[in-house]
Write a protein that binds this ligand. Structure first.
Ligand code: GDP
Length: 333
């Protein structure tokens, strides 16, 4: 086993950021997020210790995932919903997962003009997507940020993502309720819709219903039919709304509360979080093992030639994998 795979013992002393973080001080939250987004090994060690210390203070928010293609109205919707929530006394954090942000320099939430009013509200905290590397890496940092903002007292956390790649799966796997925003006319072409993503959704919202209410109602019926939905209390809800005119936003929040109440009562709320925590642990184990594997000196020495041999059909993939794993597992002299 390489030293890098041995987890450092959590520091016994509370991190200086812990107290101000638990008090909800923005500077401390921002500093803590910077710490966990850092690639420096000493920062990672400190971030891990801090996360362990905040853990008892986490889990008390409602975690809402929101996805939809660019232009569907996510920021308009989050601003409308967010302003209603902060007016009712909630503290709202909005995080984002944008796997393309490392390439584009941040296409969602990076732009300060989005959610202007909400961003200026003292009870709201808006954080753009971490702009580092793979979806897995970005998602892991967002998950950790979610714990930090929960510890800082935010009782509703929205994790937003664009409808690209596997980012919806990542968001659904860290939230209590996953919402997909759709455009009215998307219903015309169900084949083109990402059925898998629809099935991931706990609620589907057809936004911009003000433009063409009939089209929105039709899309609603088509989506329900396509997903084989009924009007049973537990079926995926498909609602029409207008984020711009703030119509249906309140009704949506009522449904969210119903959903939470129902799932808390029947135990599925906690079950989902437990499964998510377990899956997250395995994700990290897989990621770390793979990183250790790739960094292992003997593996590194043989990796390129072994890959080439597999490409050229000189060795079977299974024999090559076994040979590399043997190098990885072999005790070093
Ligand atoms: P995002 O890329 O998903 O965050 O979408 P935005 O919230 O930036 O919205 C894209 C455009 O659609 C903006 O010009 C909004 O004003 C507009 N928009 C958003 N929601 C609605 C709506 O309910 N009705 C109408 N007519 N326009 C909307």
């Amino acid at each position: 086993m390489t030293p890098s795979s041995v987890s450092p013992p959590a520091s016994a002393l509370p991190d200086p950021l812990l107290a101000p973080l638990l008090q909800g001080q923005r500077r401390a939250i921002a500093k803590a997020i910077t710490l966990l987004e850092s690639t420096r090994p000493d920062h990672r060690i400190r971030a891990d210790a801090l996360l362990n210390q905040v853990l008892p203070h986490t889990g008390r928010s409602l975690r809402l995932g929101i996805s939809g293609v660019p232009g569907v109205g996510k920021s308009t919707f989050i601003e409308a919903l967010g302003l209603e929530l902060v007016a009712r006394g909630h503290k709202l954090a909005v995080l984002a997962i944008d796997p393309s942000s490392s390439l584009s320099g941040g296409s969602i939430l990076g732009d300060k003009t989005r959610m202007e009013q909400l961003a200026a509200h003292p009870s709201a905290f808006i954080r753009p997507s971490p702009a580092s590397g793979t979806l897995g890496g970005v998602a892991a940092k967002t998950r950790e940020t979610l714990l930090l903002v929960e510890a800082a007292g935010f009782d509703v956390v929205i994790v937003e993502t664009v409808g690209v790649g596997q980012s919806e799966t990542a968001v659904a796997s860290m939230t209590d309720l996953f919402v997909l925003l759709q455009l009215p006319h998307a219903g015309d072409d169900l084949q083109a819709m990402k059925r898998g993503v629809m099935e991931l959704a706990d609620m589907v919202l057809i936004n911009k219903a003000d433009i063409d209410p009939d089209a929105a109602a039709q899309a609603q019926a088509q989506i329900m039919a396509a997903l084989g939905l009924t009007h049973a209390p537990d079926a995926t809800l498909v609602l029409c709304l207008s984020a711009l005119q703030k119509q249906g936003v309140h009704a949506f929040w009522e449904q969210v509360q119903e959903f939470e109440k129902r799932r808390r009562l029947d135990g599925r709320f906690d079950q989902r979080r437990q499964q998510q925590a377990q899956a997250w642990m395995w994700d990290l184990v897989r990621d770390q093992l793979l990183a250790d594997f790739r960094h292992h000196p003997a593996v590194r020495e043989h990796l390129a030639q072994t890959e080439a041999a597999v490409l050229q059909g000189q060795v079977t993939p299974s024999a090559a994998a076994r040979a590399l794993l043997y190098l990885f597992e072999k005790p070093t002299d």
